[in-house]
Write a protein that binds this ligand. Structure first.
Ligand SMILES: Nc1ncnc2c1ncn2[C@@H]1O[C@H](COP(=O)(O)OP(=O)(O)OP(=O)(O)O)[C@@H](O)[C@H]1O
Length: 805
């Protein structure tokens, strides 16, 4: 809560005015000053710094470990720590939802969170070294799974060199001590169209290039590949086919290491690269028409595909050129047109890759699953879910994919608002403070527009897909949508609203999302929703001699007569997965990281105001501030509040002795005349306006120098007194020591010289003991006294008169 020393405000809730302009001003000010994190209550807004920040080291881990959010400047570590703390202390499942557009830093954020959790766990390892090893293994496996997922699920796009082309939800399971013991990954909507087509300047998935740079000559030979990707149609269209030799080679090595760590067997790895190579060869399969008959152009590609997928070449050729259809109960084969054949080949390539990716995720899940033998059910475990999912997308041309992604955002936003409101209301209830009803945007109406049974867009699309294939077109689908949705507040097309000239006739429709209007082009919706893959391909792969490939295509086992059974459409599958995701998240204590991309040029300094403004709107951030604030800008527990501000009243400084913490807080607020701006809950104080808090902070800051001087003075006095005491004690010790040594010396002399008078030589033969250093002078004096005495005794023996003779 050190907001005074912050740049701008560290929490948007403390803005004087809640509107987009004030929000932007604060965000920009903080970004320019290197503050990339800002809170909205417990939500962390993160702006991609596009440079290495020195804020993730061990020193920062120590600073944030076990601390409350308000104790330190805003940081993503604080969100990770809070999530881990709730999970560990209250045994509740938590989740961290990370959202933002492509390149805004979601994946980096999820990696930072995972590394933080790895850094703060498994710390009492000395008690149980074998347990420690297992936890270290789990952490390592969880982190290494990233490089595999990135190789197969990420690609270079025009917006991000390492863009995740799928949504990811990862559960990390913890034991009762809060140490990670395993995990599970769910993937959503892999952008499989990238396998067959890339925009200019973009690349296919990384693995397609890694293989050319990293694989040994021997492996390349087995995969029937040359080192040059330009020979393969599926990787060269983006004009970015040029591999980044060093990076791709290093990444290949890293992936191979990770595959080994995650226990992908040699056979598994063999399957994996064979399938990737098969797709590359499939892209080179071409068709021709010879005397009205569809034929495959001559070349090695089909042979290569068949060999790599371990299927019969003749079966593959058949599947590429014709399909089985059921007509009035009869099973017949129908030859493709050339267009159908190319479409079928591409659908095949996409589906094979999609299944491969799903299989990889499944294998990773096997490797990171909680070991039930090690952690028996009696140990209650909790989890943290990390959701790294695509943000709202609006392009010049929006298609089925953007439609799904935006629907996903709509649902998550709805969930977010619901959960924040629920949390707020619960807190108000607990504290006995009356809830102020606030107006907020209800996304449910848009979610319904998409997902409602019978009259939602997905349902209308499904109905269209069920109609006899030949007759239905995208145009007819749009007509059906117009018919059912005409008059809906959030839907329009040129047909339902003719004056809307920006919409193209029979091509466009527009949805008013919470983040703004998005125009979708209907062309391709039907095909993408149907996601047709001819049954022949499924059977072909089910009959592969490679058991891994067979395992990827279980539905190929269906009997030929079952072909008319329609699999669920892409839209319905996505809708179901979103509904399951939301249901899953609903049961968890949520934490949010909202990522923002400051510019399009990957610059560490540029702040493209217009682009950021859009993102702030798409993420609904100003709405978040309004809901979070719900009448009160700030709230805090009495004990913590008192600890921070007790110095500003003479009645509470240094200690308040006439009542509870709440009474003390009341005394402060009354004395400073803030009583009208606050409400007193059962355990917390609620402050309405940020101004009050700033004034409290100012008062505190004015007093701090005096207090610091006082503390320094007291401390210095204390230290000096301690030193004085120590010195005195030391002198006494020295004195005692010297006296002791003297006593010892004297007594040894006494012993030696006791009978000196009776000795003939008066003790000349006596060896003097070495004196202690501190008595060197005294010893010298004693010796000279003795010498004089001895001389006297000798002279005394001589009669006085003898010398006179
Ligand atoms: N905290 C950070 N510190 C330094 N650089 C960062 C940080 N966050 C993001 N970046 C930079 O921005 C790039 C894009 O980030 P990231 O891949 O996480 O975006 P994303 O939101 O996951 O995008 P996509 O949706 O396309 O996958 C990173 O490769 C990295 O260079």
């Amino acid at each position: 809560m050190a907001m005074q020393r912050e740049v701008g405000v560290g929490d948007f809730v403390l803005l004087d005015k809640i509107d987009l302009d004030s929000f932007m001003k604060n965000l920009q000010l903080r970004f320019k000053n290197g503050k990339i994190y800002t809170y909205i209550g417990e939500v962390c807004v993160s702006v991609n710094p596009y440079k290495t920040m020195n804020i993730y080291g061990q020193d920062y881990v120590e600073q944030y470990k076990g601390r409350e959010l308000f104790e330190n400047p805003p940081h993503i570590f604080a969100i990770a720590d809070s999530s881990h703390k709730v999970m560990k202390q209250q045994g509740r499942d938590t989740c961290i939802v990370i959202s933002g557009e492509s390149g805004s830093g979601k994946t980096e954020a999820s990696k930072i969170i995972m590394k933080y959790i790895a850094a703060v766990t498994n710390q009492d390892s000395f008690r149980n070294p074998s347990g420690q090893k297992e936890i270290e293994r789990v952490k390592n496996v969880l982190i290494q799974s990233n490089s595999i997922l990135e190789a197969f699920g990420n690609a270079k796009t025009n917006r991000n060199d390492n863009s995740s082309r799928f949504g990811k939800y990862m559960d990390i399971h913890f034991d009762f001590k809060g140490d990670p013991i395993g995990g599970h990954i769910n993937k959503y909507l892999l952008e499989k169209s990238r396998v067959i087509h890339q925009q200019p300047g973009e690349r296919n998935f990384h693995c397609f290039y890694q293989i050319f740079c990293g694989a040994s000559d021997d492996l390349l030979r087995k995969l029937k590949l040359t080192r040059n990707p330009d020979n393969f149609f599926y990787v060269k269209q983006g004009n970015a086919a040029k591999v980044d030799t060093i990076n791709d080679r290093n990444d290949y090595r890293e992936v191979t290491n990770s595959l080994n760590t995650l226990q992908f067997s040699k056979d598994d790895q063999d399957t994996l690269w064979r399938v990737v190579a098969a797709i590359l060869h499939l892209g080179n399969v071409e068709f021709d028409v010879d005397e009205d008959k569809l034929i495959l152009k001559k070349g090695q590609s089909v042979n290569n595909v068949a060999e790599l997928l371990k299927v019969e070449k003749s079966d593959l050729e058949k599947a590429l050129c014709e399909r089985v259809i059921a007509a009035r109960g009869d099973i017949m084969r129908k030859e493709h047109t050339e267009t159908e054949a190319s479409f079928g080949r591409d659908a095949f390539a996409k589906a094979v890759y999609d299944r491969l990716f799903a299989w990889i995720v499944g294998k990773i899940n096997d490797a990171i699953a909680v070991d039930k033998n090690n952690y028996s059910a009696q140990y209650k475990s909790s989890l943290i879910g990390v959701l790294d999912i695509y943000g709202f997308e609006i392009f010049d041309n929006n298609s089925f994919e953007q439609f799904c992604i935006n629907y996903c955002n709509e649902k998550l936003q709805q969930l977010f608002i619901e959960l924040v409101l629920k949390q707020e209301q619960e807190e108000y209830n607990r504290e006995g403070i009356a809830w102020t009803n606030i107006e907020y945007f209800n996304n449910q109406i848009i979610c319904d527009l998409v997902e409602a049974p019978h009259k939602g867009i997905i349902s209308i699309m499904d109905d269209a897909c069920k109609m006899t294939a030949e007759k239905v077109t995208d145009e007819l689908l749009l007509e059906a949508m117009d018919k059912y949705l005409k008059g809906h507040k959030h839907y329009m097309s040129r047909q339902t609203k003719p004056p809307e000239k920006t919409l193209r006739h029979k091509i466009d429709f527009r949805v008013t999302h919470y983040a703004g209007d998005v125009t979708y082009c209907i062309i391709g919706f039907l095909d993408k929703n149907k996601d047709t893959l001819f049954q022949d391909f499924k059977r072909l792969l089910y009959n592969s001699k490679d058991p891994n490939i067979k395992e990827m295509w279980p539905e190929g086992a269906q009997h030929i007569s079952e072909i008319t059974k329609r699999p669920p459409t892409a839209g319905t599958l996505f809708k179901n997965s979103m509904q399951a995701l939301v249901q899953n998240l609903q049961n968890k204590e949520p934490h949010y990281v909202r990522c923002i991309k400051p510019n399009e040029i990957k610059s560490a300094t540029a702040f493209d105001e217009e682009r950021v403004r859009h993102q702030v709107s798409y993420l609904g951030l100003v709405e978040n501030v309004r809901v979070r604030r719900a009448g009160f800008a700030y709230r805090q527990r009495y004990d913590r509040f008192l600890k921070r501000y007790k110095m500003i009243s003479q009645f509470t400084w240094p200690n308040f002795r006439s009542g509870s913490d709440k009474d003390a807080v009341k005394v402060i607020m009354d004395e400073k005349r803030f009583a009208d701006d606050v409400k007193y809950g059962r355990t917390k104080i609620f402050i309405r306006s940020p101004k009050t808090l700033f004034e409290l902070e100012n008062a505190r800051n004015d007093l701090i120098p005096g207090i610091v001087t006082l503390i320094q003075k007291t401390w210095r006095g204390f230290v000096a007194r301690q030193q004085y005491k120590k010195m005195k004690a030391l002198l006494t010790m020295v004195k005692c020591y010297r006296q002791k040594k003297l006593r010892e010396y004297i007594s040894s002399l006494e012993n030696k010289f006791r009978r000196v008078k009776t000795m003939k030589d008066y003790g000349k033969s006596i060896v003097w003991p070495a004196p202690p250093r501190s008595l060197l002078n005294s010893a010298k004096m004693l010796r000279s006294i003795y010498n004089r005495w001895r001389a006297f005794m000798i002279l005394n023996r001589i009669p006085r008169a003898s010398g006179l003779k």
